[in-house]
Design a protein around this ligand. Sequence first.
Ligand code: CP3
Length: 341
Amino acid sequence: MQLKNDLILRAARGEKTEKTPVWVMRQAGRILAEYREVRASVSGFKELVETPELAAEVTIQPVDLLGVDAAIIFSDILVIPEAMGLEYEMVEQKGPHFPKTISSEADLSSIKIASDEDIQYTIDAIKITKKRLDGRVPIIGFAGAPWTIFSYMVEGGGSKTFSKARRMLYQDPKLSHKLLDLITQSTVAYLKGQIAAGADMVQVFDSWAGVLPPDQYREFSLKYIQQICQEIREVPITVFAKGAFFALADMNNVDCRTVGLDWNMDIEGTKALLPTKTLQGNLDPCLLYSDYDMITAETHKMLKRFDGHAHIANLGHGVYPDTDPDKVKHFIQTVQNFEKP
Ligand code: CP3
């Protein structure tokens, strides 16, 4: 199907574009009243993820309501551990919880390498979204990076320090590598399934990259991200490693097209470190709590800083749930109305 707006794909390939494409991490769900309405019609978050018609509907909402240049499929990174054999619960107001976790070699025998068919609901949601979007904007598929998924499978939920997951890397590196390898194989199959279903590009979220020391990050995270990038040749791939400023130069050795920057990362410095990569980001999501003039000024400042480099505009992490959607829309329109010098 011919895309009517392929700006983000051209920027991801490193081409010069007339405008800077823009989307917002976590744009589907969270901030829109229209999302909360759909969410209230089902028993919980998981039912929404697992009902392809509804997942497609909330995927398209930000395209209609915010005017973003890409749709990201409504799902979660936690579908992978579940497909491998560790079910999760999404606890209201608290976040994810895994009743069963991995702490020993014996636990590995209770999990398997997942195939894309184990996550058929998201694959189907992509197919429906593709049809309904009718080429208006590209679809972004996604998965968690193996290290971030490993953290959930070992910790059983979120954590301030991730010390259980970090401890395992020292106490049992062999077990850690085995688990990371199983996650990596599952993730490759899942991403390939998303692409076959219609995802035009994919993003790997390494949300907890920033908790590891640099050497360990290379050994236990980047190595597996690189394996994924080597396998995914069909579409442009973005790596977003939150907090991993220490690994930016290493991204030159990773076969991804785009590198996501969080708001702590220095734009000029990163441009110099990564001359051939497209860069994505990187406004502080808290900017969107300020007034319209401040949002305009800071967005212009960011766009000028990225000038001369292939760029996809975004926030430096997911939009916060209590952000006013009109402010998000203002950010998007400011990018789209910006005349490149
Ligand atoms: O980007 C999008 O809008 C698409 C959908 C999407 C969700 N989760 C839906 C969701 C995406 C891309 C994710 C990724 C995700 N999930 C990450 C990586 C990105 C990041 O923010 O670092 C992580 C770490 C998770 C795990 C997760 N899922 C947590 C910690 C929570 C609870 C707190 C929260 O973020 O809201 C979720 C739940 C979740 N995933 C919600 C949504 C819309 C909120 C649940 C609800 O509607 O009740």
